[in-house]
Design a protein around this ligand. Structure first.
Ligand code: NDP
Length: 491
């Protein structure tokens, strides 16, 4: 899984001039070049439909890389070496013409072929068929595809079937970029390399789990796109359920892709459906109204540029998920994600149960449980909240809660934490699928999400309002308070 040296690759990037490619993928490839991870003869073929020369595209890529990579990480020599690898071709991906050009380009190289589809998912099927029909791929070709795979179970099956007509599952690398984050992988190390946690990781010792993925931004000019999706499809179906799976899964037999993915699927299958009698206690849907962000006034969702009147799309979801198996019976997973929340923050909090018999000052009893805080952003790291005696003669046996703290950027000599896309591209080049999502994971996740969203079909049922800059509708606070608990920042 680690340490395998790079192989010679031909990476073909469909949609090379799109937002994702410019903002994330090319900067990530540049970083791989800088880290010396690209094999000297590896090549990149950028594909788009604007009629430009390779020289013009290289200039555009240089500009994007310079804008999205920190100035101190830009090395002109490395950048020139990277751009030298890049060729450009333009054609309409839906038409068969053009694919012949790929074969000509391939004939001049010869590395392992990786195709990255940074295009709308509606094109995955036609690109796959054209690649097959024009003889551009074989059984060793790897295909990287982006989320979303569909907007519900049936549409995801259509896309997965289109891909499966041409490629085997072991050729498909479905991205969920959260899986490429350093901290997310550290979850696997934390859980399965430390027996201390492995033995405590169940309903005997854990009372509940919180997962928060908060964004302070609003729609950022993508109202039309977002309004068709909403926070449930955009965030919960993929990123948050993947986090939940990694927290909740049983130990895999080994670190192979299928062992890990088999365990994640078991969690998804064990998720209890949220039925109509549970809506009031387990599910909150919100939409932001005007408020403030970083001290400045901001419009509500329905006043954003391009907004359609009366949309009931949710910009916030909080839910209480329950996993029906031996490990997690009776342990709620409180999950929440939203836009225009007070800060950009992703964290997981594992709340351990208190010691069975409490002997300290009664007024400190609320402190009595340990918490493990896993920060995905900002300041990736982990913190274990433990109780110690407060220092000083006058303190007696007063307790103090304090952190055993590990901030990755401080703890490791490498100051830079690689972006998720760097790792994912690197793993795809090596052919490791363990950080990519298997078809059945996508489909079980949709199955559960579709069932939850079925409660929102009634056009009269509007999301609850929350002012921009707050932590979502008060109902999300009530949901957890009803169980005698509170969200971490309210505690
Ligand atoms: P964009 O629309 O910015 O980019 C798509 C690119 O594909 C455009 O450059 C477009 O060209 C090109 N394209 C579309 N149709 C054709 C065609 N028939 N022939 C040739 N070129 C075509 O999308 P994004 O980069 O934002 O997203 C790409 C994928 O990544 C999507 O699946 C998206 O869901 C996913 N994604 C994106 C994220 C992001 O941050 N942007 C985050 C997570 C996932 P043209 O400009 O000429 O239309």
């Amino acid at each position: 899984m680690v340490g395998k040296s790079s192989t010679r690759c031909d990476l073909i990037m469909f949609g090379a001039l799109g937002d994702l490619a410019q903002r994330k993928l090319f900067p990530a490839l540049y970083q791989l070049e800088r880290a010396g991870l690209l094999e000297p003869n590896s090549r990149v073929l950028a594909l788009a439909r604007s009629d430009d020369s390779t020289a013009a595209i290289r200039a555009q890529l240089a500009e994007s890389i310079q804008s999205y990579v920190k100035a101190e990480d830009i090395d002109e020599g490395v950048l020139a070496r990277f751009l030298d690898r890049v060729d450009y071709l333009c054609f309409d991906f839906e038409s068969e013409q053009g694919y012949g050009l790929l074969n000509e380009w391939r004939a001049r190289g010869g590395g392992e072929l990786i195709v990255y589809m940074a295009t709308p998912p509606s094109l995955y099927g036609v690109i796959a068929r054209n690649l097959r029909d024009q003889g551009c791929c074989n059984a060793d070709t790897r295909i990287v595809v982006e989320k979303p795979i569909g907007h519900d179970l049936s549409s995801s099956k259509v896309i997965n079937n289109q891909l499966a007509e041409v490629f085997n599952e072991n050729q498909l690398f479905r991205i969920d970029h959260y899986l490429g984050k350093e901290t997310v992988q550290n979850l696997i190390a934390l859980r399965f390399a430390n027996n201390l946690f492995a033995t405590q990781w169940n309903q005997n010792h854990i009372s509940h789990v919180e997962i928060t993925v908060a964004e302070s931004v609003g729609i950022e000019g993508r109202w039309g796109y977002f309004d068709k999706a909403g926070q449930m499809r955009d965030m919960i179906q993929n990123h948050l359920l993947q986090l939940l799976c990694l927290i909740a899964m049983d130990p895999p037999a080994d670190l192979s892709a299928n062992s890990i993915r088999d365990e994640k699927v078991k969690v998804l299958k064990a998720l209890r459906p949220i039925t109509s009698d549970m809506i009031d206690t387990h599910l909150v849907r919100g939409q932001y109204t005007a408020g403030t962000s970083n001290g400045l006034p901001v419009p509500g969702y329905l006043q954003e540029e391009g907004a359609a009147k009366g949309s009931s799309t949710e910009t916030f979801v909080a839910l209480k998920a329950e996993i029906h198996n031996w490990r997690w019976a009776g342990v709620p997973f409180y999950i929440r994600t939203g836009k225009r929340l007070p800060e950009k923050l992703s964290q997981i909090i594992i709340h351990f149960k208190p010691a069975p018999h409490y002997i300290f000052d009664p007024d400190q009893k609320h402190l009595a449980n340990n918490k493990l805080i896993i920060r995905l952003q900002p300041d990736e790291g982990m913190e274990l909240q433990i109780l110690t005696k407060d220092q000083g003669l006058d303190k007696g046996m007063r307790l103090r809660q304090g952190p055993l703290e590990l901030t990755f950027s401080e703890a490791f000599s490498t100051s830079r934490i690689p972006d998720a896309y760097e790792r994912l591209l690197w793993e795809a080049m090596k052919g490791n699928q363990y950080l990519f999502v298997r078809r059945d994971e996508v489909e079980y996740a949709w199955h559960w999400v579709d069932q939850v969203m079925s409660h929102w079909q009634d056009p009269a049922a509007h999301p609850k309002r929350y002012a921009a800059g707050t932590w979502g509708p008060v109902a999300s606070i009530a949901m957890i308070t009803r169980d005698g608990r509170s969200w971490y920042e309210d505690a």
